[in-house]
Design a protein around this ligand. Structure first.
Ligand code: GUN
Length: 284
């Protein structure tokens, strides 16, 4: 058997095209486009690529988008004052501070300083808490994108066994919550999980978000499973690979998302969706 490849690039393109239409309607009514500011601190090369792609996608959708790049040695107070200014700017609907931040800055303090109404990452404690209790919120972009991929495939989530490998605040924990809300029985594995394969082999839906190159191998996957690969790892030879051994797993799974071209483009598309929704709240 060879698994279906889940084309995140194509699905993201159709979402982005729908957002362009909404952005143009919004601009006509408000006299300004939806606005997103992305803030990056320091010189993490991966972050530089991610933020550039986010800003480019905004511009392509007709948003106003601004990239603020602060130096590696920037203090927490300086970053907080930038956040305060953006919170007060009526033309900015979304604020994204790219993580990780340099050591002298407390990530969580910065996240909590962003107005919850502009927290299009969905990381603010108010949004994280609302995700837990079921209120409408900004869903974190990567897990939200994974849910859209599953929905697009017609995956049946009610009563399904879903296993999430990786328990980060950005992906694993909100991913587990979204799957739970969709009616799945969810197992959330972490770096201390004993006999990981015993868990992953039960999964109808397997989400890999650990940041370890190709660690999910064919013998860890149940025949017919849907496998979503959130990892992006750069190998010593320069190749970009996910957390899943895609070729091996494709022999067992019903469907697997590739890296690149799977979850990555969906994360950006969902950032546009969240920013668009933030802007549209001002029309109501
Ligand atoms: N770093 C890695 N992924 C993300 C993300 O989705 N948002 C932010 N702000 N930082 C990240």
């Amino acid at each position: 058997m060879s698994a279906q490849k889940i084309d995140g690039t194509a699905l993201a393109a159709s979402i982005r095209s729908e957002i362009s239409t909404r952005a143009s309607r919004f601009s006509d009514r408000m006299g300004r486009p939806p606005g997103l500011t992305v803030v990056v601190v320091g010189n993490n090369p991966a972050s530089a690529v991610y933020v550039r792609n986010k800003v480019k996608a905004c511009e392509a959708a007709g948003f106003h988008s601004e990239l603020i790049a602060l130096p590696q040695e920037c203090s927490e107070a300086e970053l907080l004052s930038v956040v305060d200014r953006l919170n007060a700017d009526p033309a900015i609907d979304g604020i994204l501070v790219q993580l990780p931040l340099p050591d002298q800055i407390d990530d969580q303090r910065v996240i909590e300083a962003i107005s919850a109404e502009k927290d299009v990452d969905g990381f603010h404690i108010e949004n994280a808490g609302a995700l837990m209790t079921g209120a409408p919120v900004f869903r974190p972009c990567t897990p939200y994108g994974v849910m859209k991929m599953l929905e697009h495939m017609g995956a049946s989530l009610r009563g399904a066994e879903a296993v999430v490998v990786g328990a980060s605040n950005i992906v694993g924990k909100p991913m587990a919550m979204l799957l739970l809300r969709a009616g799945a029985t969810v197992t959330l594995c972490n770096s201390k999980t004993r006999d990981l394969g015993a868990h992953t082999r039960r999964a109808d839906i397997l989400i890999a978000a650990v940041g370890r190159p190709q660690m999910i191998t064919a013998e860890m996957v149940k025949p017919g499973a849907i496998v979503i690969d959130v990892g992006i790892n750069r190998l010593a030879d320069g190749r970009l690979v996910g957390d899943v051994d895609t070729d091996g797993v494709a022999q067992v799974a019903a469907a697997v998302s590739p890296v690149p071209g799977g979850v990555g483009p969906m994360t950006i598309a969902m950032l546009l969706v969240n920013t668009m929704e933030s802007a549209e709240r001002k029309l109501r």
